[in-house]
Design a protein around this ligand. Structure first.
Ligand code: AMP
Length: 398
């Protein structure tokens, strides 16, 4: 099992130190006006920044934004982020003209205690995503300590997420620590029973998660589009529902594995199905293994909701990744809403993986009722797969 117990920013002395702080400022922007349309990722970074500034550090923040693919393009400049961040902090965030160039080096060397600057877009250099050692070394030379706080990128070995750790002591910021404590804690030392709810469209994307959870979970509840391949693999009729025929053998293996390991794997027993993939379609409640040839399953049905909710009620820890149906269509969102409410009311430690399940919980207004909603889709999934993530492994052990 990978080690999630890593040193955090509070475990090192930052006074008088220059800190290279990897943030996730990859915020959505209006293409025409360049205005930031959702500043959530900027505000989320503030606790770590404030802690560093208040404790006498000089902060050299950095991030990627969009996909400039190694080219200097004005529309990917981080200057609007510096301006936005200045407003939130009530002090000027100095904007460097480059990343590891003359301006950044001079600005970093002159930066004083309690001051903050922002480097230009890391991905202006193609060396960033290639984890080029020379580029990483130049970045590291700007600072004394590396603080990693961009959870959404820790599954990538990039210069700013992993490379710099070869030259600087590396610790987590508060955002990353929260992810490690919650997701890492839930998979390494869960309060039992550990019930995992998996959904979403693609079984192929989630087989790695299923395989790892079979080693640690007590119960797996599987809904969403991914369930139909499993139902078909077991001999059920699934009509025109989503199916990945190429995964049937892998799915059978996973089902066998669950039996061998004594993990309870529950599949839907009924589904809301429809003739077409549309919110205007008429939902029909059908048995999950007898879906008529001309219908597709688009949500779990009421009997499945009741069965899953019973398991959720008695859980000690819940890990949820992926919606139970096409929750974007109100007619087929009921299953996901009901499961979200059951999780919210369960009293269990509840961890919601990033991506669509996190979006669903927010849309339903249940955010505050969950123990932790992950900020990273891909990174959360890889943590659940039990993979060693380069941006975590490179941090100092606690
Ligand atoms: P994923 O990114 O794999 O977690 O999948 C999320 C997507 O799965 C959402 O956009 C859902 O609309 C979709 N989804 C969930 N259940 C179904 C289903 N039964 N049929 C088609 N799409 C589904």
């Amino acid at each position: 099992m990978p080690n999630y117990n890593k040193k955090a920013v509070t475990d090192v002395s930052v006074k008088g130190k220059k800190i290279l702080l990897r943030c996730d400022f990859n915020v959505p922007m209006d293409k025409d006006t360049g205005r930031i349309t959702d500043e959530g990722r900027i505000t989320a970074s503030i606790p770590t920044i404030k802690y560093l500034l208040e404790n006498g550090a000089a902060v050299i923040a950095c991030s990627h934004l969009g996909r400039p693919k190694g080219e200097w393009k004005q529309e990917f400049s981080l200057a609007p982020i510096a301006e936005n961040l200045s407003g939130h902090l009530g002090l000027t965030v100095k904007m460097a003209k480059d990343v590891i160039g003359e301006d950044a080096v001079k600005m970093a060397s002159e930066l004083g205690e309690g001051e903050i600057m922002l480097l230009e877009n890391l991905r202006y250099h193609k060396e960033e995503e290639k984890n080029d050692p020379e580029f990483a070394k130049s970045l590291a030379e700007l600072a004394d300590i590396f603080v990693s706080d961009a959870f959404g990128t820790v599954h990538r070995a990039h210069a700013s997420t992993e490379g710099v750790s070869h030259y600087l002591p590396a610790v987590s910021g508060f955002l990353l620590k929260k992810e490690l404590d919650n997701i890492g804690g839930a998979i390494s030392d869960p309060k039992r029973p550990l019930v995992s709810i998996l959904g979403g469209a693609k079984i192929g994307d989630k087989l790695g998660v299923i395989s790892n959870l079979l080693n640690i979970a007590d119960t797996l509840l599987i809904g969403g589009g991914m369930a139909y391949t499993i139902i078909k693999a077991g001999g059920g009729k699934i009509g025109t529902s989503l199916c990945e025929d190429g995964e049937i053998d892998n799915v059978r293996q996973a089902v066998e594995e669950a039996k061998k390991k004594g993990v309870k794997m529950l599949l839907p027993v009924d589904n809301l199905a429809a003739a077409e993939f549309s919110n205007d379609a008429t939902p029909v409640d059908v048995k999950s293994d007898e879906i008529p040839d001309d219908l597709m399953g688009l949500d779990i049905g009421p009997k499945t909701v009741a069965m899953f909710s019973e398991e959720i009620k008695s859980a000690g820890t819940i890990i949820w990744n992926g919606p139970m149906g096409v929750f974007e269509f109100p007619k087929f969102a009921e299953g996901t809403i009901a499961i979200a409410k059951a999780v919210a009311d369960s009293g269990a430690i509840s961890i919601v993986g990033g991506g669509d399940s996190a979006a669903a919980v927010r849309i339903f207004g249940l955010e505050d009722k969950m123990t932790h909603i992950s900020t990273g889709g891909g990174a959360a999934l890889e943590l659940l797969e039990g993979k060693v993530l380069p941006g975590i492994a490179c941090l100092l052990d606690a």
